[in-house]
Design a protein around this ligand. Sequence first.
Ligand code: PEP
Length: 255
Amino acid sequence: MTALRLRPLIAGNWKMNGSRAQNEALIADLKGRLASKPDLAADLLVCPPAAYLMQAARLVGGSAIALGAQDCHTKQSGAHTGDVSAAMLADCGCRYVILGHSERRADHAEKSEQVAAKAKAAHEAGLIAIVCVGETEAERDRGATLDVISSQLEGSVPADAAAGNLVIAYEPVWAIGTGRTPTPDDVAAVHAHIRSLLKAWFKDGAEMRILYGGSVKASNAATLMHVAEVNGALVGGASLKGEEFWGIALAAAGA
Ligand code: PEP
């Protein structure tokens, strides 16, 4: 069966990077590029650190650039020092939240069950959850990639998900920030697997966007973005450079 052509989403995960001055310059750069090509056939999203969400909300205001966060709590309020709720993110102007990124799974020992609870909280707050899954190099080497992806997806995607509130990001852990990427055939095999699971679980599973992430840059974007069932990119390092991020968006849009 041929894949549906879904409007690509190009999401920038700024991680723990930026300053007020850098954020202002980067968003101004992206707004300028978008103003020169308002018919870009892709959605743009920036996900700055939580401390800068209010600033970024003001900066992207009036443009087609959407705002997202990098994590949220499972609860909407309460005694959880240092945490931020999905309701607060929505209140700050976010439309998306990245959940279950491998850096959070590693640094904060986040388990899939917790990611699903966060995604449910995001949905309750009206946010679109970008749920990340991906195998480590050791898992890949022992041929366990598809099993790992199945179990992460099964554990991390809540039952209330729908195409309007869920995006999956396939990010092989060994490809994040390393400059290494899987072959297009490897990406195609994993994305086809994810698509088949989404279609089996959800009536609109064919319409849920599946992003590829891991060392995407302008120079490899055309190859990666044209793989079947790749509906955009989750971009780390290259999202901090306007020209690179824009180059990826153009490639995904087929412009
Ligand atoms: C990421 O952290 O989500 C990511 C894809 O990083 P990079 O593009 O730097 O590999």
